[in-house]
Design a binder for this molecule. Structure first.
Ligand code: GLC
Length: 818
């Protein structure tokens, strides 16, 4: 066999036998190819490099599996970087850009190596991984993997090393630390060594699968699936951030969310009448609790039927949405995938779905019907482009009413009253989508991707119906790549201290699995009602997580931020306010994520891999998290305890966020105080903060503050655009990089050349060139730059350098303030 010719689009399977013979006869020369196919013992292996530092390996019995995916686009899969092939007695060497492989041509055992020839993943199984029954079990040495992260929001331990996990999307009401599987399947993980070197592995397979990180066999990685392709990618890093960028290269990044979705979101199952929703809105405003979103859960619907409204309780959704909008609040509605099985009742979603034949059927051709909130329900076949289009069009009415976003729940799919908690495996799905060959398949193949396709249908529908607005979709279940369509939350958690702590780890692992825009139900969803202390702590921490949504189940006492005594309410208010002041920082972090795949919320080692070398508990950072590059949040590792705790910082000289004080050492002993959440700032940070607003829709009145914390690599960024449209994709945004330099005479602040200009609504934005030079010479540890809101140019102050900014939210002038 010899390598295939350059850029083949389709495999020539009948040629395999001949090629194998040629190879055995030694016809191979050292040569460069764009993919490499090898066969042995009836098993075919293919290696390609879709991008620098990424190797894709596929294997099948007799022929390669179908080259199609719900996670990796056709264009990404078709891209090929050259592979240089050479051979010795035992093995084949394939060298690609930043990654290489060594294959035993008899056993097909494949070692993947980084650009320097260091082994990342040493496959032990080779062709014997394939079982005769259709499944497979890959085994490999977990080389250099002191830690393992990823696999979405699975619980267990934060570091997955030594654990084993199952991928099978499951409704996991009131889950706990030991519950597995949970709602999502994201078969991607990152192995990280104590010196910060990292690599990633993504198995693109939607079937029920398991990942064992040395639990059964020490230091052995075992990945098995009940069916579907052996199709995996190894990403060579070498830094943890590189791995996440490589994974984003494969599965895409999340779109930039509308800015309002970064505001505080208030939800409950359920606000039961429009009067109740209005009362919540009024209370938020009266209590001066900043907020941007109110959710309506299933009870707004007529008999829990998706895409209906109970007109007795919600007489006029359009009026409601518009009145809320006038108060700076947006409405998000739940729309579950189960359509009530209600023929002949004038239920439009059922009738149109039946007319278009988009509901799933059993092998006998009858609809599959399962019980969920509306009772007997039918389910769209989201793996057909046609069904997704039908689904997306169902949103036209709500969008016309001014509803701003949609919540796709129960899409594991969850089914009541059956032991499996989901639909039977023999339900027949039809695949007619993307570059898949049209075919029918069983629920066993589509189960784990059902939620992702549901949210995709919603996202694509809303995009189609409102082409210039950014959709906001929230999904509970999903699969790898689903970050392109929806934000997510960790499902039905419980109101406990343990969940508060575990929730952070879930969000961090989600962020390291492509899903940055995620949150936990603030206050806890189920179980005992939270104590005032627990609720307050949850608001404090929630305020620093990407999706900040308070939600709780039905029939519980109220859990809104104003519940409890005035001291607690005041603390919660201060933290919600702090989030709104930090909105420019949050927004820049969301924008960075949308470009790079680096999550907003990060374990400390992601920014500073050196902390791992400090030893235990990730160098003492295990219960901390970072927001963006610069803010380190350090809640107590035992949040329920009043006992002192020690905060380990990555280095000396970090700043206290609340006081600006610079720490001499690299650790601090703290006594917990319910009014405080310890936050530290990286030396070298430049953090933009804006004046307090009650909603992101309000224009901040007053200065944008640039808080400058001198130190090494001193840099920050302002990113601004109109917050809701796709104009930024056409260049209508402002990106201002700022640097600072310390010198013996003081601190110098440098505004770099702005990156983009644009026009919006025909009106040309005027971005003046920045003063590139010295801004202020002053001996202070940290200080502000202010941008005053003014639509006009202001002249330079006598003592200060003035610079102009001009964007949708800041038509203003920047002046250095002492
Ligand atoms: C599910 C959701 C929860 C929601 C409830 C009713 O349990 O996870 O958030 O409130 O359904 O729709």
């Amino acid at each position: 066999m010899r390598p295939s010719s350059p850029r083949p689009r389709r495999r020539a399977a009948p040629l395999l036998a001949l090629l194998t013979a040629l190879f055995s006869a030694g016809a191979l020369r050292a040569e460069t190819v764009d993919r490499f196919v090898l066969a042995s013992g009836g098993v075919v292996l293919e290696v390609s490099t879709p991008a620098s530092g990424i190797m894709r390996i596929r294997m099948g019995r007799g022929k390669l599996p179908e080259d199609a995916s719900w996670a990796v686009s056709a264009a990404t899969r078709a891209a090929r970087h050259p592979l240089h092939v050479s051979r010795n007695r035992e093995a084949l060497q394939l060298r690609g850009a930043g990654i290489s492989a060594r294959i035993n041509h008899r056993t097909l055992q494949t070692e993947v190596l980084d650009g320097n020839g260091k082994v990342l993943l040493a496959d032990l199984a080779g062709r014997s991984a394939l079982s005769a029954t259709g499944g497979f079990r890959l085994r490999g040495k977990l080389a250099g993997a002191d830690h393992v992260f990823g696999l979405g929001d699975k619980t267990g331990t934060f570091d997955r090393k030594g654990g084993a996990y199952t991928m099978w999307n499951s409704d996991a009401y009131k889950f706990n630390q030991a519950t597995d599987p949970l709602y999502k399947s994201i078969p991607f993980f990152m192995a990280v060594g104590d010196r910060g070197q990292a690599y990633g592995v993504f198995l693109d397979n939607t079937w029920r699968s398991t990942f064992d990180f040395g639990k059964t066999e020490r230091d052995v990685l075992a990945i098995s699936a009940e069916g579907g392709p052996v199709d995996y990618y190894v990403m060579s890093g070498p830094a943890p951030k590189d791995v996440l960028q490589q994974y984003a290269r494969l599965t895409g990044t999340a779109p930039l969310p509308p800015q309002w979705a970064l505001g505080f979101q208030q939800s409950k199952w359920s606000y039961k009448t429009d009067a109740e929703v209005r009362a919540i809105a009024q209370r938020l405003r009266a209590e001066r609790l900043p907020a941007d979103v109110i959710y309506m859960d299933i009870d707004y619907q007529d008999r829990a039927r998706p895409f209906t409204v109970n007109r007795n309780a919600f007489s006029d959704v359009r009026q409601l949405a518009s009145d809320l909008r006038a108060q700076g609040l947006r409405l998000v509605l739940i729309t579950d995938p189960h359509i009530a099985n209600a023929p002949g009742q004038g239920y439009a979603a059922y009738d149109s779905g039946a007319a278009q034949d988009v509901f799933l059927k059993l092998p006998d051709g009858k609809y599959y019907s399962g019980d969920v909130w509306p009772g007997a329900s039918v389910f769209p076949d989201f793996s057909r482009a046609k069904a997704r289009r039908w689904w997306g069009d169902l949103y036209a009415g709500f969008l016309a009413d001014g509803v701003a976003g949609f919540w796709n729940d129960m899409n594991e799919p969850s089914i009541f009253n059956v032991a499996s908690k989901t639909m039977p495996l023999d339900v027949v799905h039809r695949i007619e989508s993307d570059d898949f060959a049209p075919r029918s398949t069983s629920h066993a193949e589509l189960h784990n991707v059902y939620g992702q396709l549901n949210s995709r249908a919603t996202y694509e529908g809303v995009s189609r119906l409102q082409p210039d607005l950014r959709p906001f979709v929230l999904t509970r279940a999903t699969y790898a790549g689903g970050q392109r369509y929806a934000a997510t939350w960790t499902g039905d958690n419980a109101s406990s201290w343990q969940h508060l702590k575990m929730g952070i780890h879930q969000l961090l692992n989600l962020g390291m699995s492509g899903f940055s825009f995620a949150g936990n139900d603030v206050g806890g969803y189920a179980g005992e009602h939270p104590s005032p202390e627990l609720l307050t702590r949850w608001f404090q921490i929630g305020a620093f997580t990407p999706l900040f949504r308070a939600h709780a189940e039905t029939n519980r006492p109220a859990q809104e931020p104003w519940v409890g005594d005035a001291t607690h309410v005041e603390i919660r208010r201060r933290f919600i306010e702090e989030r709104y002041r930090l909105m420019p920082y949050f927004y820049a972090a969301a924008e960075e994520n949308s470009r790079s795949g680096i999550p907003m919320l990060r374990p400390v080692f992601l920014n500073i891999p050196q902390v791992l070398a400090k030893g235990d508990r990730l160098g003492g950072t295990e219960d901390q998290f970072m927001l963006g590059n610069d803010l380190l949040v350090a809640p107590s590792p035992t949040p329920e305890s009043p006992g002192d705790y020690k905060v380990e910082l990555p280095a000396k000289g970090w700043y206290d966020y609340w006081t600006g004080r610079r720490l001499a050492g690299d650790s601090e002993s703290l006594t917990p105080d319910i009014a405080r959440l310890p936050i530290y700032v990286r030396p070298g940070a430049i953090i933009p903060k804006q004046p307090l607003v009650q909603s992101t829709t309000a224009t901040p009145e007053g200065a944008l503050e640039l808080h400058i914390y001198p130190g090494p690599d001193c840099a920050g960024e302002i990113y601004a655009d109109d917050g809701t449209s796709l104009g930024y994709q056409r260049g209508a945004y402002l990106r201002q990089r700022i640097r600072c330099e310390e010198s013996p005479t003081g601190v110098r602040v440098v505004f770099e050349q702005r990156k983009a200009t644009g026009s919006r609504g025909g009106k040309r934005w005027r971005f003046m060139s920045m003063d590139q030079k010295s801004m202020l010479q002053q001996r202070v540890a940290w200080f502000w730059l202010r941008i005053w809101p003014a639509g006009r140019l202001m002249s330079k102050d006598r003592n200060r350098q003035a610079v102009m900014a001009n964007s949708s939210s800041f038509r203003s002038e920047k002046v250095l303030g002492a």
